[in-house]
Write a protein that binds this ligand. Structure first.
Ligand code: NAD
Length: 504
C-alpha cells in the first residue's frame, strides 16, 4: 500500500539518500498515537548490491587511512550528535514510543562507544618482540576484515547500531547497517552526520528492510562479518547461516533477567530499582528485569505489598508528555502478544496482583499501543510467563527459600543475558557473582550494562558466537591478527635451508 502523504524513509547508499518511489515499502507507526507516521523502503536486490559495491570500493582507501584520522571522524561525529541530540531523541521517540528522557539516555550510552572508538590508535597497536631470534624481529598487527554488516532490533534504534559501527569503522572496515523496519528514521540521521563528520562515501551504508535483506546480507560473498542483535530465534538463524557461509558472526539474542532479593537487602532501594528495571521503556529492554526472585516468603510478601501500589500508580503516557514513567509498546501486534502472555499467566495459575489489562486509556492516549504494568506473584518455573521472554511491562515474582535455590533457578534458565543481586552481605554478593552462569551481573545494580570500555554480552541462548559487543571484544571481532617475522641479514646466511626454521 502506498500513501502519498506519509514520508518515505529511504536507504543511505554511497554517501546519499536513495528513495525508490516505486519500490516496495512497509508501514511505520507512531506508537504514542497508534497512527502510521511514515513508510519505510524495503530494500531490493539492487539496493543491497549498491551498498556492498560502494562499501567494497571504499574499503582499500579507508583501510589505508591512518587510524588517527579515522578516529578524528568519530570525534567530529560525536560533536554533531551532541549538538543535535534533541532532534535525534524526537526521531527515536516518534517511532519507538520511549520517553524523551529515556531516548536521551540511549543516545548517551551509544556515544560512550563513540568516545571509546576515538582511542583507535591505542586500540589497534600490535606487539613487538625485538631480537626474537638472532637478528630476527617479530611483530603483530591487527587488520580490518573488509565489508561488515550490522542487523539491529527496534528497541534501541541508535544505541545498538552505535555498539557496532564506530568500532567497525575505526578498525578500518566499511559498514552496512540494516536497522529495524519498525523505527528506521534515526539510522538516516546517523548516516548524514557521519557524512558531515568527513566519513568518505561508501564507508557507511544503510539498507532498510526486513528478513529478505537480512538473508541477502548473510549470503553475500563480499561480506566478511555480521553483527546481529535481536530475538533468540533470529539470532540463531543468523549465526548458523552466516557461519556456514564462512563469515565471522556475533549474534546477541533475547533475555529473561532475574533480580535476586535477599532478606537483608535495602528494601526501599530494591523496590525503586525493580520498578525502573522492569517497567522502564515499557519493559522493552534486553536488560530489563522480568523476574524478581524473593528469598523467603516474608520478604516476598513485603515486596509484593510495596510494588503493587507503585505499579498501579505508574504514569503511562505519550513519549512527548511531561515525564511519563513509560510510553506505549512498539506496535499493536506486540501489545497483543504481551496481553496474550498475561492471559496465559492467569490461566496457568499465577496470581495477577496487578493486571495491566485493567489500566484504562484516557483521551490523551488516543489509539496508542499502551498497556498498564502487570505484577504476577507465585510464578512457578514451568509457567510460560517464567520461561519465555515477554518483552513488555510484566514483572513476575518467584519465591525461593535460599540463595542456593535462587542460583539453581537462574542457572537452569535458557537465557543468561543479565542478572542482579540486592543484598547487604558481601559474602552473598561474592558467592552469587562467582557462581552465577550469566554474562552480566549486578550487585545492587539492577541493569548492569557494562561501560563502553568493557564489553556487552550474555551466555547460553542470549549470545551465539565467541565475541561480546563493543569495548575490547569489538576490536578483536572487527580485526584479524597478522604476525610478521623479519630478518635483515648482514653477510652470508649459514643456516641449513632444509631444516625447520628455529629462532636461535
Ligand atoms: P527481531 O529479532 O524481531 O528483529 C531483529 C532484526 O532482525 C531486525 O532488524 C529485523 O528486521 C530482523 N529480522 C526479524 N525477523 C527476521 C527473520 N525471520 N530473519 C531474518 N531477520 C529477521 O527483534 P526485535 O523485536 O526487533 O527486538 C527485540 C528483541 O531483541 C528481544 O528479543 C530483545 O531481547 C533482543 N535484544 C537483545 C539485545 C542483546 O544485547 N542481547 C539487545 C537489544 C534487544
Amino acid at each position: 500500500m502506498k500513501s502519498a502523504s506519509l514520508p518515505l524513509v529511504g536507504h543511505w547508499l554511497n554517501g546519499a539518500i536513495r528513495r525508490d518511489e516505486s519500490g516496495p515499502r512497509g508501514p511505520v507507526f507512531d506508537p504514542s498515537l497508534g497512527q502510521p507516521c511514515a513508510e519505510v523502503a524495503l530494500g531490493a536486490d539492487a539496493d543491497i548490491e549498491m551498498a556492498v559495491a560502494s562499501a567494497a570500493a571504499a574499503f582499500a582507501d579507508w583501510a589505508a587511512t591512518p587510524a588517527l584520522r579515522r578516529a578524528r571522524v568519530m570525534y567530529r561525529f560525536k560533536e554533531i550528535v551532541e549538538r543535535n541530540a534533541a532532534e535525534l531523541g524526537r526521531a527515536i521517540s516518534r517511532e519507538h514510543g520511549k520517553t524523551a528522557a529515556d531516548a536521551q539516555g540511549e543516545i548517551i550510552r551509544g556515544l560512550e562507544v563513540v568516545e571509546f572508538a576515538c582511542a583507535a590508535p591505542q586500540l589497534l597497536k600490535g606487539e613487538f618482540s625485538e631480537n626474537a631470534g638472532s637478528g630476527v624481529d617479530a611483530f603483530s598487527v591487527r587488520q580490518p576484515l573488509g565489508v561488515v554488516a550490522g542487523i539491529t532490533p527496534f528497541n534501541f534504534p541508535v544505541m545498538v547500531p552505535m555498539w557496532m559501527f564506530p568500532l567497525a569503522l575505526v578498525c578500518g572496515n566499511c559498514f552496512i547497517l540494516k536497522p529495524s523496519e519498525k523505527d528506521p528514521s534515526p539510522s538516516l540521521l546517523l548516516a548524514e552526520w557521519l557524512d558531515a563528520a568527513g566519513l568518505p562515501p561508501g564507508c557507511f551504508n544503510v539498507v532498510q528492510g526486513e528478513r529478505r535483506v537480512v538473508d541477502a546480507l548473510l549470503a553475500h560473498p563480499r561480506i566478511s562479518a555480521i553483527s546481529f542483535v535481536g530475538s533468540t530465534a533470529v539470532a540463531r538463524h543468523v549465526y548458523l547461516t552466516g557461519t556456514s557461509a564462512g563469515k565471522r558472526v556475533q549474534a546477541l539474542g533475547g533475555a529473561k533477567n532475574h533480580l535476586v532479593v535477599m532478606p537483608d537487602a535495602d528494601i526501599d532501594l530494591t523496590v525503586d530499582a525493580l520498578l525502573g528495571a522492569a517497567y522502564g521503556s515499557a519493559g522493552e529492554r534486553c536488560m530489563a528485569i522480568s523476574v524478581a526472585v524473593a528469598v523467603t516468603d516474608p520478604l516476598a510478601d513485603e515486596l509484593v505489598l510495596r510494588l503493587a501500589s507503585r505499579v498501579r500508580a505508574l504514569r503511562i503516557g505519550p513519549a512527548d508528555a511531561a515525564e511519563p514513567d513509560m510510553g506505549p509498546l512498539v506496535t499493536a501486534e506486540h501489545r497483543a502478544k504481551v496481553v496474550g502472555y498475561i492471559e496465559q499467566g492467569v490461566a496457568e495459575g499465577a496470581i495477577a496482583v496487578v493486571d495491566g489489562r485493567d489500566w484504562r486509556q484516557a483521551a490523551e492516549h488516543g489509539s496508542g499501543f499502551y498497556l498498564g504494568g502487570t505484577l504476577f506473584d507465585h510464578v512457578r518455573p514451568q509457567m510460560r510467563v517464567y520461561r519465555e521472554e515477554i518483552f513488555g511491562p510484566v514483572l513476575v515474582i518467584v519465591r525461593v527459600a535460599s540463595l542456593d535455590e535462587a542460583m539453581e533457578l537462574i542457572n537452569a534458565h535458557n537465557y543468561a543475558n543479565g542478572t542482579a543481586i540486592f543484598t547487604r552481605s558481601g559474602e552473598a554478593a561474592r558467592r552469587f557473582s562467582s557462581g552465577i552462569q550469566v554474562g552480566m551481573v549486578g550487585v545492587n545494580v539492577a541493569i548492569p550494562v557494562p561501560v563502553a570500555f568493557h564489553s556487552f554480552g550474555g551466555w547460553r541462548q542470549s549470545l551465539f558466537g565467541d565475541h561480546h559487543a563493543y569495548g575490547p571484544e569489538a576490536v578483536r571481532f572487527y580485526t584479524r591478527l597478522k604476525y610478521v617475522t623479519s630478518r635483515w641479514p648482514r653477510g652470508a646466511d649459514s643456516s641449513n635451508a632444509f631444516v625447520m626454521p628455529t629462532l636461535r
